[in-house]
Design a binder for this molecule. Sequence first.
Ligand code: FAS
Ligand code: PHB
Length: 388
Amino acid sequence: MRTQVGIIGSGPAGLLLAHLLNKQGIESVIVERQSREHVEARIRAGVLEQGTVNLLREVGVHARMECEGLPHDGFALAFAGRQERIDMRAQTGKGVMVYGQTEVTRDLIAARLAAGGVIHFEAPALAVEDFASKQPRIIYEKNGQRHELTCDFVVACDGYHGIGRKSIGEDKLNLYEKLYPFGWLGILADVPPVDEELIYANHARGFALCSMRSHTRSRYYVQCALDDKVENWTDDAFWDELRRRLPPETAERLITGPRLEMSIAPLRSFVTEPMRAGQLLLAGDAAHIVPPTGAKGLNLAASDVYYAAQALTAFYAENRHDLLDAYSQTCLRRVWKAVRFSWWFTGLMHKFDNDPISHRLQVAELDYIASSNAARTSMAENYVGLPF
Ligand code: FAS
Ligand code: PHB
């Protein structure tokens, strides 16, 4: 089998890339390890930057987001028993869209298949071969049979555990990694959100986040130990711990209910350099991971594939190689700024040790941000997303 661009992975990166390429008349095929049901059941990110919203509009996969998504102009920082709002719209002229990654993925898959796009589900890629040549091949398995997909280019959008990086050989890459000594315990429940906007809470017991998926479905997180387990938590234990970490008047408003889902995600900062080897490009989590504190993961995947689509379009339309040659550097310039913001915001909001001065320093910085227009602007412009 042959195509112009072979894509590994049907997460947000792979799906959005296929749509962007299709818009330019460039053919692609996606191979995805999991079933469609599995991919569409994943519960992950919740916040879309304006740039990501613009790309979904550009590829015409925005109708449900416009209808069901929640435009937000601000979020709150909760600390020392109080809540301070960061007005993104006033500080930057921009906001964000609260619309779950689960829905984005469902919308992108449905639109791709409706347009006749090819997504091979339950088709794990085993390797990428000959990516130094002009005819790289994706070796994948489907129904127990081994298949080869010959391409002009391969874009590995296969996440942190994918084979894209491994095909290049991690010994040939510069890998930067920081593991955080805690995780996020998340609950999804059909209860109204405690507030109209997101609340990021710093507390001596640990971090908490109040988010949502709609006016009737909420997503909450509490920082937990790395070795914690979902089975250690009853629903009530989660709600009690969340209440302890919120300002009293917010905690009083909390409406609780039974979990639809509960899971623990580890936190890491991870960057791969470079993000290209010959005709093989890396995009999204395949190349970098950020702690979800800054809501950057999904949005970095979007900017990577924006740059990849621009570079591939210049190649096919004008036989230009310059954007391809600059792909890695262009992506990484934005990636590292988002990695830095996510690392900084994670350091500001989470409990790292039991040293009393650590929490006092965090509260002092939060108090400074609340009282400084310059600090609020800096935080807001990073949160809404730096320009593509
Ligand atoms: P993805 O991991 O989404 O997609 C990769 C795809 O490749 C998957 O479908 C996988 O099955 C497939 N694949 C892997 N190996 C393959 C192979 N060998 N062959 C074929 N297919 C293969 N970000 C936020 O901004 N906020 C959050 O709250 C947040 N929460 C998260 C919670 C968890 C548990 C995880 C893991 C991530 C979370 N993220 C969050 C980050 C997340 O949203 C990612 O940034 C986003 O999914 C990135 O999209 P992709 O790069 O497409 O990678
Ligand atoms: C979510 O709604 O899942 C969410 C929102 C903001 C974050 C992380 C996760 O920073």
